[in-house]
Design a protein around this ligand. Structure first.
Ligand SMILES: [Zn+2]
Length: 159
């Protein structure tokens, strides 16, 4: 009996869910489905240059599972690029991690910053630089499955 999949933690949510070769209507293209966990695996390993172990930890999965996901992801993307297929990004066993929340010590304004955009330097409301991470944000995210291990890896590149 197959074991139930545990959700993979992802931080990217692409705005474009389709990538296609220019000039060919979508209906005439073969479409490959790239799941969100596959995209996240490529983002961590190929874009951020994480070693597989670290990338696996960031996604809350085993290294073997990560290896399978990244292999499948690369194959799909290569197939799309080499054979002019469309890529549709969708689905997968994932849980989304929300952006980071910051709070201003001067005016108590709270706001959210998406991952990967760097730490804000000033409060957008009063321009004070007295800002810090909102406490409720620590290890925050939708929890299910095996739970959350403190988010240590998640924060490393983002703090
Ligand atoms: Zn402020």
């Amino acid at each position: 009996m197959p074991r139930p999949q545990c959700p993979r933690r992802v931080m990217c949510s692409p705005e474009a869910e389709y990538f296609k070769p220019r000039g060919i209507p979508l209906v005439a293209l073969e479409t490959i489905s790239l799941t969100l966990d596959e995209l996240e695996a490529m983002r961590l390993a190929d874009l951020n240059g994480f070693h597989q172990e670290k990338a696996a930890e960031a996604m809350g999965i085993s290294r073997q599972t990560f290896g399978r996901i990244i292999e499948s992801a690369r194959k799909k993307v290569a197939d799309a690029l080499c054979n002019s297929k469309a890529l549709r990004i969708e689905g997968g066993e994932v849980e989304m991690v929300a952006g980071r929340r910051f709070v201003c010590a001067s005016c108590s304004h709270e706001w959210e910053v998406p991952y990967g955009t760097g730490r804000p330097t000033a409060c957008p409301q009063c321009k004070s630089s007295q800002i810090h991470r909102a406490l409720a944000d620590r290890g925050h995210g939708r929890r299910h499955g095996r739970g959350w291990r403190g988010g240590a890896c998640v924060g490393q590149k983002e703090q």
